[in-house]
Structures are given as C-alpha cells and as structure tokens.
Design a protein around this ligand. Structure first.
Ligand code: IPM
Ligand code: MN
Length: 360
C-alpha cells in the first residue's frame, strides 16, 4: 500500500520519540512492502517560534491532505511559567483537535507482565488489566463559551457544554469497540451534580438500546478514580467527557507503570491522528532518556485504525512485548539497567522486521 503520513513531532521529547516511531514504521514498510511517505509539519512552541501560530494553516493543510497524522507532543516551560503569554503551545493542540474534527480520543490501558512489578499498585491488582478509554475531545469545558475573566479581573469562568449529537457520535464508537471486546461499557460522569452529565446518561442509554448485547453501567467520576486504583480489571470500555477522560487516563497510566507506555488515537470524520499521551516532558528532552514505546504503540494504532493493517499493527505490539521481556527499556521503567531512546527504538524496529522476514 502507498500511504502519506503527516509527521508533527512538536516540542520537548516529541521529536526524539517520534523518530523511533518512524523507524518502526520504516521497518514495517520494508518487511511488508508498503510505501509510506512522511511529511513534516510544525506545531506547538516550535511553530510559534517560526510562524507565531501554534497550529499554522500550512500544518492544517498538510494534515488534511494526508492519510494519517503522527503527532509527538506540545508544550514548553517558557510558556508554563508565564500566565500572561498571548499564545500558548497548548492552544495549538486544541486548535488541531477542533480543526481536524477529532472528537474521539481512544486511549488503551494495558498491563505488561514483563514490567508489572514497576507499577506502584500490587501485582495482583494490575495483572491482566486491559481496558480502553473513549474520551470526548472537542467539547465540554475545554471549548465551551463563554469563558474568561470579568472586566475587573476578579472573577474567572469556564463553561461546559454538550449537545446530544456530540455525545451520540462518540458513544456509537465506544459501543462498536465494546462489541469486539468484553461487551461492557462504563459511562463515567458526575450526573449527581452536572446537567451535561445527565444529558450524557440519557443519550448513552438510548444508544445502548441499539446494542442489547453490551452491558452498560454508570459510574461517578470520583468513584471511578477510586475503582481505577482498587480494581482496574473491572473496566472494559470507559466512555467519558473531555476533562474527566484527561484526568482518568493520566491516573490509569500508573497501572502500566509509566506514562511513557501509553498510546492514543484521535478519531473523527476527517483524518485520524495518533499520539502518545505523555506530553512534552521537557525535563529530559534531548537526553535520549524518553520512553519511545507510547509513540511506537501510537504508530501501531495508526496502522490498524487508519490503514486497516492489523497484521502489521500486531507485529509492532508483539515486538514491544518482546523487547520489554528482554529488558530493552528506558530509565522510567528500570532506573538501574536501562537503554537509550534510540536503542529501544532500534530493538523494536529490528524485531518487527525480523518477525516478518523469519516467517516469510
Ligand atoms: C492531553 C493533554 C492536553 C489535554 C493538554 C496538553 C492541553 O493533557 O492530551 O491529555 O488536556 O487534553
Ligand atoms: Mn492529559
């Protein structure tokens, strides 16, 4: 197959982890006879420096003209410490989600036997955890208007808004996913307090009627946060709004043992985008310490979700499993015996290539 991939490496550790994901995609292309072309675009602080805009028009066009987007991370400390900055790199991320119509963020959470001992949770709790969070990505308090400050600056406000249509389109995706999994959807909300949450319940209940084979239950976000730590094995598909999903998935990364392990797919009605959930992590940028597995698994999701290449996608996942078993891990996983970002990327790329060539 011939495919065009837009590559937005972004800020912090974005470029170095994306480089490893590209290495693995090149290995897939070589082993499976695909032609992938990669075109780079600017985003985040890197784009502000050059164009003044964290998501320039040119980057938007590049994404819309590609078959998929591989994204690294956005964020730079010089903006974090300046509450008066007029443009912030994160605005680029939100603009990108909105302009590309990426309304659904799929975040799988899985424990890996080879590294389950590094989780701060007890091994029997994290054992066999395998769930996926469907986080709504273009609505809720992240985007609702009005937002801002009162004239005298003494009051600030944000607005959470959801329409039925926004809830329905992601709910359908979550139910579709559940049908191929353990057929269990948990809607996480705060329906005892929020009107938006009550609309979510009402809408999702309707959606459930079309999927009688899927079990639906509801859980308040505070209770879900507790359950996630106490008994994460309970979850199969978690469906939730934008901010709850943001918070829950960072918490969920503790199960795997490192935020660096988690990939994500952002889906919508235009192009699909794939990114690790870890963010820019500027403290270790450029030091070859960053865990590239979140980015590499995002590439695996890209192959599956955007190109329907299940075999190739599974080959990457198996290579990640294998390299973890062989101890090819970065510092976040093993502070004593660890490898560089590059070495882990090389190992996984080689394993992917070999797995196909040996079986061919
Ligand atoms: C994420 C990030 C972003 C979010 C930030 C950087 C705006 O935390 O992708 O989870 O809150 O969505
Ligand atoms: Mn987040």
């Amino acid at each position: 197959m011939q495919k065009k991939i837009a590559v937005l490496a972004g800020d912090g550790i974005g470029p170095e982890v994306t480089k490893q994901a590209l290495k693995v995609l090149r290995a897939v292309a070589k082993a499976y006879d695909h032609q992938f072309t990669f075109q780079e675009g600017l985003v985040g602080a890197a784009a502000i420096d050059v164009t003044g805009d964290p998501f320039p028009k040119e980057t938007e066009k590049l994404c819309l003209n590609s078959d998929a987007v591989l994204f690294g991370a956005i964020g730079h400390p010089k903006y974090d410490n300046d509450p008066h900055a007029k443009v912030r790199p994160e605005q680029g991320l939100l603009a990108m989600r909105k302009k590309l119509g990426l309304f659904s963020n799929v975040r799988p959470v899985k424990s890996y036997e080879a590294i389950s001992h590094i989780s701060p949770l007890k091994e029997h709790i994290v054992k066999d955890v395998d769930f996926v969070v469907f986080r709504e990505l273009t609505g809720g308090i992240y985007f609702g208007e009005p937002r801002g400050r009162s004239e005298n600056g003494e009051t600030a406000f944000d607005t959470s808004i959801y329409t039925k249509a926004e809830i329905l389109r992601i709910s359908k995706q979550a139910f579709e996913a559940a049908k191929k999994r353990r057929k269990h959807v948990t809607l996480v909300d705060k329906a005892n307090v929020l009107a938006t949450s009550r609309l979510w319940r009402e809408t999702v209940r309707e959606c459930c009627k079309d999927n009688p084979d899927v079990k639906l239950d509801y859980m308040y976000i505070d209770n879900a946060a507790m359950k996630l730590i106490q008994n994460p094995g309970f979850f199969d598909v978690v469906l939730t709004e934008n901010m709850f999903g943001d918070i829950l998935t960072d918490a969920a990364s503790v199960i795997t043992g490192s935020l660096g392990m988690l990939p994500s797919a952002s889906l919508g009605d235009k192009v699909k985008l794939f990114e690790p959930i870890h963010g820019s992590y500027p403290e270790v940028a450029g030091m070859s310490k960053a865990n590239p597995i979140g980015a590499i698994l995002s590439a695996a999701m890209l192959l599956n979700y955007a190109f329907g290449m299940t075999e190739e996608s599974n080959a990457i996942k198996s290579a990640v499993d294998q390299s973890l078993k062989e101890g090819y891990v970065t510092e976040d996983i093993d502070s004593e015996k660890h490898h560089t970002t590059e070495e882990v990327g090389d190992k996984i790329a080689t394993l992917v290539y070999m797995s196909k060539k040996v079986h061919a």
